[in-house]
Every structure is written in C-alpha cells, then in structure tokens.
Design a protein around this ligand. Structure first.
Ligand code: ADE
Length: 230
C-alpha cells in the first residue's frame, strides 16, 4: 500500500479520477480514497494546506493504512535560480524554514523532537522518481534538491532569498517538511515530488493561478509511471 498526500484539490483530483471504483473513509474531516492507481494499491488524500493539516493526514494514514511508503505531491515555488516554472523538484531532503529557535542557540530549522534539521528522503525513492520523471519531463527540467516547508505562501524576493541562502533550497511549499517529520518519527520511507508553479517572487500569486493546474497534471503523469516501480 502506497500513501499519497496532496494539499489542494488541484493536486490530487486527477489521481483520484484515475482510481477505478474505490472505497472512501473520512477521519478528522479528511477523506481517504483507498483503491488502485496504475494497478498499485494506494490510499490518496487531500490534506488541506499547511503543516498541521499535513501532519494530521500523514500520521492518520500511517496508523490506519500502514503504507510501505508515503509520497507527497503537489506544486511548489522555485527558490533556486536554475529552477523554472514547469520544472520538477524531487526532494533529497526536507527542512522547515519557519522553525526558528535560534534565539536559544539552536541552528535555524532545528527540530527538537527528532533532533535534526534536514530530514533525508528515501534514496531509493529519489532514484525511482528521477527515472520515472524522464519519460514526462526533459532532462534539464528535472532537479533533485532540498525542499523547504513553512506555513507561508512565499511571494517576495527577500523571503525567497532567505530560504535559498539559509537552507540551500531548490523549492518551497507548505506541507512536505511536516510529512517528512511524521515519516521520520514512524520509520516510514517518503519522498516529496513537486512541480514548479511559480518562482516564489512578487509574481508568485499570479503565476500560481496560471500554472498550478498544468504543473499538477504533469505530476500525475509522472506518478502513473512511478507507482508500478514501487
Ligand atoms: N506552493 C506553490 N507555490 C508556493 C509558494 N510560492 N510558496 C509556498 N507554497 C507554494
């Protein structure tokens, strides 16, 4: 069983539409769709935007459905100059850019529970995702890098520069780091795969509205290639 989490309808609906007749279950207001995608047993949920929503969903999925791996999919803002709208970023590791106890002497992004800053994604899943991406995206559009998560839609150059400089991030979004933390605590393999909808700059809100749907559709294609390999 593979668990798949997206925050918004645009990020998971195409995938849910690909599931033949399937069961649903609602827990804590989140609908879990249990069935098959590309012939593979999956549970798919739209968690809602942000770290708390994502953590509730990931922990519930793990306890209720015991997935062998969790995939977080969706769109993201590009934070590396080399990452363009329409590209794809596969997570090498996740950081939470809004976690900051540096006033107490900790490094920025330090997570005291698991005692870590960067949570590594499963290297096997990273390799499989990169291979699956090749049949959908041109090679120069596929990146593997750090994805930074926080409870903010990043839409100015100052914030974007801080996230890129402090964490070496290639992309920013609002759920992956939280799902990574839940998976880390439960020893479940995970990966975050994000299609770039904007550049997290002053244009981000407009670009997001224009490109989110198309980016999400391309990601669904990648997933249908990836799932049978898991
Ligand atoms: N998801 C897509 N674009 C984003 C941005 N600029 N900031 C945070 N999350 C995003």
């Amino acid at each position: 069983m593979i668990g798949i989490i997206g925050a918004m309808e645009v990020e998971v609906q195409d995938l849910i539409d690909l599931m033949p007749k399937h069961e649903t279950e609602t827990i804590s207001g989140i609908i879990y769709h249990k069935g098959t995608v590309a012939g593979v047993d999956c549970v798919v949920a739209r968690c809602g935007v942000g770290k708390v929503a994502a953590a509730v969903c990931a922990q519930t999925m793990i306890l209720r459905y015991h997935p062998s791996a969790l995939l977080n999919i969706g769109v993201a803002g590009g934070t590396g100059a080399w990452v363009k709208i329409g590209d794809i970023v596969i997570s090498s590791a996740l950081v939470q850019h809004d976690m900051d106890t540096s006033a107490l002497g900790d490094e920025k992004g330090y997570l005291s529970g698991p005692d870590i800053i960067r949570i590594p994604a499963s290297p096997t899943l990273v390799n499989l995702a990169a291979a699956a991406a090749k049949s959908v995206f041109e090679p120069q559009k596929i990146h593997t890098g750090i994805i930074a998560t926080g409870d903010q839609f990043i839409c100015n150059s100052k914030q974007l520069g801080r996230i890129a400089d402090e964490f070496g991030a290639s992309a920013c979004e609002m759920e992956g780091g939280s799902i990574a933390q839940v998976c880390y605590l439960n020893s479940v393999d995970f990966i975050v795969i994000r299609a770039i909808s904007d550049s997290a700059d002053e244009q981000a809100a407009t670009d997001f509205t224009t490109f989110a749907r198309r980016s999400a559709q391309e990601l669904t294609q990648l997933l249908t290639n990836l799932l049978p390999k898991l």
